[in-house]
Design a protein around this ligand. Structure first.
Ligand code: FRU
Length: 515
């Protein structure tokens, strides 16, 4: 599987469609696979909702989104890959609206609805992934579609009165030089006042917008917080751009092709993202699957107004069992302490660290502004001043294998800088996997705030949330010793100074039902 498609809640049932190749765990002709859930944790698979059947989608039914139209009618807009991978946007609607599972979908006889022509200058091989549509002040629908012209990435804007006849706007909603193809764009409003979600068409005072794009060139996602002017149909980021080393990302590890939706029954906006493999295709074929969805995350605008905050949906806590608490502890420099009594290969861990003194913090070299590079140079085994301290997850008994998720504090120009890392370099004795180390800066003041870390572990998947969800890093690991009952969890401190651990709770996680 790859991208999540058309997530929605309809009549109390969550729907997730996703890119899926029925031929096997390798690239191929994609269908829209379909699963439903009442709690976002346990899932029922259904037959694929849309499959290639027409000339315009014979090479695949690619990514797209759902919009709930007036009269409570969901509609899918998706990209059809036609001959020579020529891309165009198509509509599909439920065959039977009284079926809450919406099993059958019918393609519009008017398809394709948005396509390249000699007149509109669209590049047919780079025109895909329509967003959820929203309504502007003139009552017309708007949708954006990922594209590029030469190296300029862009979000092409279309408008429609009836959702069937679409007209391309003269200017794209937003574009950026030298960013390459924009895949899976997403534009949505966030409240500048409360940590709640907003429906896609909401705009006005105290509303900011977020534009996210998935960059095909780097397979990384970037977002900006900015202002969407719904009269002029322009989006202006408050600061930064969609692609710079300092650009904001949902996730600084593996996370791509993501999409949000508004959960109208719980007033929250939920983010779905795809985590691809870090293993070889041969191994994928052996294990029989490839690609997973990350645990859905609720997201909202941080109090600073400058970035988003993400947190695993509360429902995931239904899987928690056998809580283990570590009493308030001081972890001396050079300590590795096991957290006993949980199924460490399937666990949820919440820990916070308290640093009383920052005297020993290493100086941050002016060149050290790329957090991923810093984390690779200063991995978990590189002794530091304040930190590295954090968790060793998916660890084998003798620590031959482990994945280290940790913090390290530096003295910056005029403030302390917190680095969050996920170090996969020792994750497996096998050498054929991608073991890249990931890193992010965390906007937390370590003098006045505790440093919190939550890590969700599910065998090969490690999803970490630093600072209450201000920076997130997802990794894939394939240990050979640290499997099932042979897996351990530790807290460690490899700095020169002790750190307090006022709180650590860990839970064994039950299995979700997926059929
Ligand atoms: C992103 C992507 C999309 C496309 C889909 C095809 O991962 O390449 O741009 O619609 O996957 O599966």
């Amino acid at each position: 599987m790859n991208d999540p498609n058309g997530p929605m809640i309809y009549k109390g049932i969550y729907h997730l469609f996703y890119q899926y190749n029925p031929q096997g765990p390798v690239p191929g002709h994609k269908v829209w696979a379909h699963s439903t859930s009442t709690d976002l944790v346990n899932w029922t698979p259904h037959v694929p909702a849309i499959v290639p059947s027409q000339e315009y989608d014979l090479n695949g039914c690619w990514s797209g989104s759902v919009t709930i139209l007036p009269g409570y009618k969901p509609a899918i807009l998706y990209t059809g890959a036609g001959p020579q991978k020529k891309q165009a946007q198509n509509l599909a609607a439920p065959k039977n609206l009284s079926d809450p599972y919406l099993i059958e979908w019918v393609k519009s006889p008017r398809n394709p609805l948005m396509a390249s022509t000699a007149a509109n200058g669209i590049n047919a091989s780079s025109f895909r992934d329509p967003t959820t549509a929203w309504v502007g002040p003139d009552g017309r629908w708007r949708v954006i579609i990922g594209s590029k012209r030469d190296r300029m990435g862009m979000a092409i804007l279309y408008r429609s009165r009836d959702f069937v006849r679409w007209t391309k706007a003269r200017r794209p909603l937003h574009s950026a030089d030298d960013t390459g193809m924009w895949e899976c764009p997403d534009l949505f409003p966030v409240s500048a006042r409360f940590p709640v979600g907003l429906d896609s068409s909401v705009n006005g005072p105290n509303v900011k917008h977020v534009l996210k794009v998935s960059l095909d060139d780097t397979k990384h996602e970037y977002y900006t917080v900015g202002t969407y002017d719904s009269r002029a149909d322009t989006y202006v980021p408050d600061e930064g751009s969609v692609d710079s080393d300092s650009g904001l990302r949902y996730d600084y590890g593996k996370f791509y092709g993501s999409k949000t939706f508004f959960d109208s029954e719980n007033n929250r906006r939920i983010l779905w993202g795809w985590i691809n493999e870090s293993s070889t295709v041969d191994d994928d074929i052996k294990k029989g699957w490839s690609g997973v969805m990350a645990i859905p995350r609720t997201l909202w605008l941080d109090k600073s107004g400058k970035q988003l905050v993400q947190w695993p949906i509360l429902e995931i806590e239904k899987l928690r069992t056998n809580q283990v608490d570590l009493p308030n502890k001081l972890i001396e420099a050079g300590t590795v302490l096991e957290v006993p009594g949980i199924t460490a290969a399937q666990a949820d861990v919440e820990v916070s660290f308290e640093v009383k003194e920052l005297e020993k913090a290493e100086a941050l070299e002016p060149a050290g502004t790329n957090p991923q590079m810093l984390c690779s140079q200063k991995g978990a085994s590189a002794k530091g001043g304040v930190g590295p301290f954090g968790l060793l997850v998916m660890a084998s008994k003798g620590l031959e294998e482990y994945t280290a998720v940790f913090f390290r504090i530096f003295k910056g120009q005029n403030k302390y800088v917190v680095l969050m890392c996920s170090d996969q370099s020792r994750s497996s004795l096998k050498n054929c996997n991608d073991k890249t180390t990931y890193g992010a800066f965390l906007d937390v003041d370590p003098l006045h705030e505790k440093l919190s870390l939550r890590t969700l572990i599910d065998h090969s998947i490690v999803e970490s949330f630093g600072g209450g969800g201000k920076s997130c890093i997802t990794a894939r690991v394939y240990p050979v010793l640290a499997v099932r009952d042979g897996t351990h969890l530790h807290v460690f401190n490899n700095g020169a100074q002790s750190v307090g651990v006022p709180k650590l709770s860990a839970w064994s996680m039950k299995k979700a039902r997926i059929n």
